[in-house]
Design a protein around this ligand. Structure first.
Ligand SMILES: Nc1nc2c([nH]c(=O)n2[C@H]2C[C@H](O)[C@@H](COP(=O)(O)OP(=O)(O)OP(=O)(O)O)O2)c(=O)[nH]1
Length: 135
């Protein structure tokens, strides 16, 4: 049987006191450069999704959080040209530190209803409605 490889990526909606969500702009040189995404990244072999997210938040934004602060929201299941993306989205309202763009061009706090003003990867589109419902 042949088919696309499944890629497991974890992502998070960091939610601030004003119910805004943090999005981050992908850098030049990467796929989908310039698009706005939820922080996160690929789950490595032997890692739980939560551990991968905690690691990515430290690497990408310089913040720390705990598994207990990660609540499942929804997931994306989307076929790209070379792989099929499976991406659980968590919400997180509690973390230590102030997010800074260590691997992105820019960060932005956005109300869920305004997320459509920012070009995001096609897989993310259905997640916006889930966040609007939740927040
Ligand atoms: N972090 C994150 N990744 C997303 C989102 N939506 C979406 O399609 N993706 C895709 C982009 C990448 O193909 C993959 C995440 O990979 P990554 O961020 O760990 O690695 P990368 O950009 O260096 O990967 P690459 O595509 O350049 O090889 O998931 C999202 O909202 N957040």
């Amino acid at each position: 049987m042949s088919g696309q490889a499944l890629l497991l990526v974890v992502a998070v909606a960091l939610v601030d006191a004003d119910r805004r969500v943090l999005i981050a702009q992908r850098p030049e040189g990467k796929s989908m450069a310039g698009l706005w995404e939820f922080p996160g990244g690929k789950v490595e072999a032997g890692e739980t999704p939560e551990a991968a997210l905690i690691r990515e938040l430290e690497e990408e934004l310089g913040i720390s959080t705990q598994t207990a602060c990660l609540a499942p929201v929804s997931f994306a299941s989307h076929s790209y040209e070379n792989f099929h993306l499976l991406m659980p989205l968590y919400a997180c309202r509690k973390w230590q530190g102030t997010p800074e763009p260590r691997e992105h061009i820019a960060l932005k706090w956005v109300r869920p209803q305004n997320l459509r003003d920012y070009p995001m990867p096609p897989a993310d589109e259905p997640l916006i409605a889930a966040l609007c419902d939740l927040l």
